[in-house]
Design a binder for this molecule. Sequence first.
Ligand code: ADP
Length: 321
Amino acid sequence: MIEFVNVSKTYDNGTKALNNVNLKIDEGEFVFVVGASGAGKSTFLKLIMREESTTEGKVIVNGYDLTKIKKKDIPYMRRTMGIVFQDFRLIPKMTVYDNVAFPMRIIGCGEKKIRKRVNFVLHLVNLQHKADCYPNELSGGERQRVGLARALVNNPPMIIADEPTGNIDPEMSYELTELLNQINQNGTTVVMVTHEHELVRQFNKRVVVIKDGTIQSDTDSSACEYTEEKNYEEIAAAKAEPEPEPEPEIIDDFDTSEVFADISSRVDAINTSITECAETISESAVERADVDDDFPTLSDDAQALKEKFEAILGATDGTEE
Ligand code: ADP
């Protein structure tokens, strides 16, 4: 699918960006390409996309020999890959739907087919509800998912992701990589350039490390240097486990005496109104008993009620009846 044979690239100013690179990426693989800034990662991708040509050696991509390819065939060769960019490259004046539909319109697909496919890929990246939004109404992570949907819309056999997590937060980076992982499991080859070694470690994939224009190591993910203080391990663990119950909030500098004073004054106020209430009931019952002998039971009830209140008051006062 991708083959580099003795590839070197020297720019016009004499910078040797790649030096005798030999590499083969087979169909269906997921490969991380990592390396420090200036190592040659972008040059590697530009050669795959035929944005640059080799100085020496041969690059073969999806059956096209890029050292011999005719200019008119380059757009066809590029249709065999979906590209996700670090800076998203969405068209600001188009909705999410139209941004994703764009590559299909370029190749002349009918609107019915476009609608079906765009809705499908938007669903895949979980953005179907944002179809009518404009890019400036989305978060960085959402924009990058639109970028991924656009890369997928023509159903290419291969996705090239150029630092796709460079402008999004760690949690979103993890989710985006997980999405690429799922896409890969459905058969699409994924080549993802990143400098986030800690993210790479969370996914057990082939890792190609480029250093000073040469391949320093291939496959061994432990060869990555730890450079980013991002908590991908925690994010991965959190995804694997159910959400924990939130801890009750503890405020360290909280003055409890104020709270107790407040509660105590409220209890006093309640006690006072209960007493007043009980007395009123009792008095009125006694008055009624005086004027009408048919109400003796009411007086007893009122008395019982008063005793109950007094018992409650005694309990809240801390005194026993
Ligand atoms: P990376 O993507 O790993 O940061 P690049 O492939 O962009 O690395 O760059 C590799 C080397 O090639 C660097 O020294 C860089 O300065 C140089 N380089 C990249 N593009 C050009 C260019 N168009 N002209 C001259 N030198 C370049």
